[in-house]
Design a protein around this ligand. Structure first.
Ligand code: SF4
Length: 128
């Protein structure tokens, strides 16, 4: 297990404030195809799950759906690290990927842009 650096601890603390972040998340355009095209997806825990569990509009009532999707990712999913890395590297704005919601990724992107952490560090911390 990788130790959390001070910078990682900082963004995790910021993550805890996300519940108070009421900034609306854009409705997603329901782009499901890319995850079906990556080679590791055939091993995914969500391989036979409906896409609607992972993609929704992020507005009222979304949290229970997000929690259900996160539970599939954390059950565990054998390709969670690959999935999380892909979503962070391509700055995915929609859906639950690697157990992270759009709002959680948004916070991580801010911390990466501030130089407080990296994709490698986040994946190592959250997937080890
Ligand atoms: S981490 Fe979640 S979204 Fe990603 S492949 Fe696994 S179950 Fe699917």
């Amino acid at each position: 297990m990788q130790r959390a650096s001070r910078s990682t601890a900082k963004w995790l603390a910021a993550d805890q404030r996300l519940e108070q972040d009421n900034e609306p998340i854009e409705a997603e355009p329901r782009i499901y195809a890319p995850i079906r095209e990556v080679p590791w997806h055939k091993d995914a825990a969500c391989y036979r799950q409906g896409d609607e569990l992972f993609f929704h509009d992020g507005r009222a009532g979304a949290k229970p759906a997000e929690d259900a999707a996160k539970q599939v990712c954390n059950d565990p999913c054998p390709v969670k690290a690959e999935c999380m890395r892909a979503s962070l590297e391509k700055r995915e704005r929609y859906g639950v990927w690697g157990g992270l919601t759009p709002r959680e990724r948004k916070n991580i992107f801010k911390q990466i842009d501030l130089g407080n952490t990296t994709v490698d560090e986040v994946v190592g911390l959250l997937c080890d």
